[in-house]
Design a protein around this ligand. Structure first.
Ligand code: GLU
Length: 380
């Protein structure tokens, strides 16, 4: 048994082969069982995001495309048709549980370019806040070969890190990571846990260029690296049976990749490692005291804003006396930060014309030079 109560934000990646049959099309019974699992996880208090493949597989059937490797533009056309069917299928399956689905199509640039990354993250977070389940896929119709993920394993891992998920589950047609090719290599054994992705483990994933590893373990290990570095635990398990998540949490066969930190600690380490800051916030005594008590930095306590920074940049935080207090990710760009400094949260909406994100730096995005009471307590 795995304690699923420990996981509050779960990203589940669904491979095409689980959802779509080449002959009969969408596997509705399977999808309904997945929707039951999603409802079960939500009932336990977790937020769930789905990263689903299947657009190309559904679309190629719908458009009657031949059974051969498709040209890029054919895949894109197939995705355009299939994505409609895919999103509708999820929306219908989840609606049986009174759960709303929200379609999010991302390209590589949306997860790698800071400004677009922040926007995508805000949209996904808002969907979660509103109680919906984001159904995410790569925007295959516009992503060209040079600038696309091409596989949803890595996309799912980037989504998981983007939203600081604590668990990523890759539902696959194999039940974990093996030391060789299962079925072919008689000695091949499944790992139950992988603490660290060593060069030996990487060698076992095979070569990205071979047919056997295509879409297989190479991209899954890449996903594991992305996820675990950012504090997200990852599991590879089989999605072939009905209710795959229930099976996993009942202790079903899987490989668990351990994360060294939790997502907040991992992000804080990244923030602390920044050498240059694009801006500086000077805060009053009351705010400095609040930060030491483990609170977020509110605009009300900010006296001066310097530098040139965008939303999501790391800025340094100083006291009125010039003491360097620490640094953090600013939720406002320099223009808006200057407008709202010194303001109470309820005045901000009037000033900016939109509901803003309260804190100037959220406590989870803040690293202080002086240790906070919270840190002292957690070490005690
Ligand atoms: N985005 C592709 C699709 O929806 C799938 C990519 C993958 O299989 O990983 O068909």
């Amino acid at each position: 048994m795995v304690d699923l109560k420990g996981y509050k934000r779960i990203v589940i990646k669904i491979g095409s082969a689980l959802l779509v049959d080449r002959e009969s099309g969408l596997k509705r019974d399977w999808l309904n069982s997945l929707a039951d699992d999603v409802a079960m996880l939500r009932a336990q208090g977790a937020e769930v995001l789905l990263v689903s493949s299947g657009a190309i597989a559904l679309g190629r059937k719908q458009l009657g495309l031949p059974n051969r490797v498709l040209k890029l533009e054919e895949s894109q056309a197939a995705a355009a048709t299939g994505q409609i069917l895919l999103a509708r299928a999820y929306s219908e399956a989840l609606s049986k549980h009174d759960v709303q689905a929200g379609q999010v199509l991302l390209t590589l640039g949306d997860t790698e370019e800071r400004r677009r990354y922040i926007n995508a993250r805000e949209t996904i977070s808002t969907l979660l806040r509103l109680g919906a389940v984001p159904i995410i896929n790569e925007n295959d119709t516009v992503a060209t070969s040079e600038i696309r993920y091409g596989d949803n394993d890595r996309l799912a891992a980037r989504v998981a890190t983007m939203v600081s998920a604590d668990l990523l589950v890759l539902l696959s047609d194999v039940d974990g990571f093996y030391s060789g090719i299962p079925g072919k290599d008689l000695e091949a054994k499944r790992f139950d846990r992988i603490e660290e992705i060593t060069p030996e483990i990487e060698a076992m994933a095979g070569d990205a260029g071979t047919e056997l590893s295509k879409g297989g373990m190479v991209t899954k290990l890449d996903a594991a690296k992305i996820a675990t570095e950012a504090g997200t635990v990852m599991a590879i398990t089989s999605g072939k049976e009905l209710n795959p998540l229930q099976n996993l949490f009942d202790g079903g066969a899987a490989t668990w990749f351990e994360a060294k930190d939790n997502p907040v600690t991992a992000r804080k380490k990244w923030i602390a490692g920044q050498m240059e800051f694009s801006g500086k916030l000077i805060i009053d005594e009351g705010a400095a005291k609040a930060l030491l008590d483990g609170k977020s930095l509110l605009p009300a306590g900010v006296r001066e804003v310097e530098g040139d920074f965008a939303r999501g940049d790391v800025v340094s935080v100083h006291s009125l006396e010039g003491e360097d207090l620490g640094c953090g990710i600013c939720s406002y760009d320099v223009k808006d930060a200057k407008k709202v400094l010194g303001c109470r949260s309820d005045e901000i909406e009037v000033l900016l014309g939109f509901t803003a994100r309260g804190a100037m730096i959220h406590r989870d995005n803040l690293v202080l030079k002086v240790r906070t009471q919270e840190a002292e307590q957690s070490d005690a």
